[in-house]
Design a protein around this ligand. Structure first.
Ligand SMILES: *Cc1c(COP(=O)(O)O)cnc(C)c1O
Length: 352
């Protein structure tokens, strides 16, 4: 690093995204994108953008559409360039009193904690990666929970989330619902009842728009105003003109999203059943990915062997989860290929 760089920047370990090969050679099951294209309604509107002028900094129509479907007010919605940006702004705006999150969860929380110099309290998940809300009672500062969690896929029920919010009225509870559309019940309803919860969602997974970069937050008005303040002090034009139009079209076509999610959930449950029959341990994932390990092969070895066969999955060289692979749920055909290759690898492995 060069001599003009601040020490605290020098020491940051940035987030490492999954590989994004651009040659289309792989069956890509490594970064939890949707196997389906976006709604046809999305593709229709993007031809009619006004590119020459700066766009609406308030993203009025997009926020109104999200507000209407969530049954909250316009002033309760914040939109951002992917939900990662919302999360970053949360650390900047609300992280001053410290931030609590799980040891096994979305890797970006730790990175943001370093970037924004927040004190972080790492709360270990219990056996089998279960999150016990008792471990978060009377926390200081901000609590952030991915629900369903990544990369475990495990989901905490709404009543538990409510108990957490009610028991920590002096801290802000952020619920990162990147995967909520794959079988969970959203905590958005709680944002109408409590002023210390914020729900964050993304268009990247269930809405098939990872490359568009669009996410949003729902919370009580003054929390949203704090995020707007950070945004307007960073980049008032954070959500581009295409994202505003396309995002609105995606929200209005909720039926399409539900059909895609139902299909992904069916494929997920079938694949988990097959894997379990073949000797895998799989978590009860309520997300669009499977988290699995086999007693006869390590995570890295399985990941590399699958890659050699043209199938890209994700593996984390991290304590407690190094033996697992995380597999995004693709189409039925993709999952059949994945399953066949996996079984071949394991049979081969048992022979040598
Ligand atoms: C994918 C993901 C996000 C962010 O996705 P964006 O593409 O930035 O919207 C946030 N949280 C979790 C847990 C995720 O898995």
């Amino acid at each position: 690093m060069n001599r003009f760089t601040a020490d605290d920047i020098n020491s940051i370990q940035p987030y490492v995204p999954g590989e994004q090969p651009q040659d289309g050679r792989y069956i890509k099951l490594n970064t939890n994108e949707s196997p389906f294209p976006p709604s046809p309604a999305v593709l229709d509107v993007i031809h009619n953008c006004e590119y020459r002028l700066y766009q609406d900094t308030q993203a009025t129509e997009l926020r109104q559409a999200i507000a209407d479907t969530a049954d909250v007010g316009f002033e309760n919605i914040f939109v951002s360039n992917g939900s990662d940006e919302t999360l970053a702004f949360c650390f900047r705006a609300f992280g001053k009193g410290g931030v609590c999150f799980a040891d096994i969860t979305y890797g970006f929380y730790k990175v943001y904690s370093q970037l924004y110099n927040t004190d972080s309290v790492i709360v270990p998940l219990r056996e089998e990666f279960l999150l016990d809300t008792d471990d978060y009672m009377q926390s200081k500062g901000m609590i952030i929970i991915a629900n369903p969690n990544a990369p475990t896929g495990l989901y905490v029920g709404l009543s538990e989330i409510e108990r957490l919010v009610r028991s920590n009225r002096d801290s802000l509870v952020i619920v990162d619902e990147a995967y909520i559309d794959f079988g969970g019940q959203s905590a958005i309803v709680l944002t109408k009842k409590y002023d210390n919860i914020m729900v964050v969602q993304t268009f990247s997974k269930s809405r098939s728009l990872a490359g568009l970069r669009l996410g949003f937050a729902i919370a009580e008005k003054s929390l949203i105003e704090s995020l707007v303040k950070v945004k307007d002090s960073t980049n008032p034009y954070n959500v581009n003109v295409v994202a505003q139009l396309a995002g609105r079209a995606a929200v209005l076509d909720g039926d399409y999203t539900r059909r895609c999610c139902n299909s992904i959930m069916r494929t997920r449950d079938n694949t988990i059943e097959e894997l379990r029959r073949a000797g895998f341990y799989c978590t009860d994932s309520k997300a669009n990915f499977i988290f699995a390990r086999h007693p006869d092969i390590g995570g890295e070895r399985l990941y590399l062997a699958l890659k050699e066969k043209g199938i890209l999955v994700r593996q984390f060289n991290q304590d407690r989860i190094a033996d697992y692979i995380r597999v995004t749920v693709g189409t039925d055909e993709q999952m059949e290929r994945f399953f066949e290759e996996t079984i071949n690898i394991i049979k081969r492995g048992c022979r040598d």
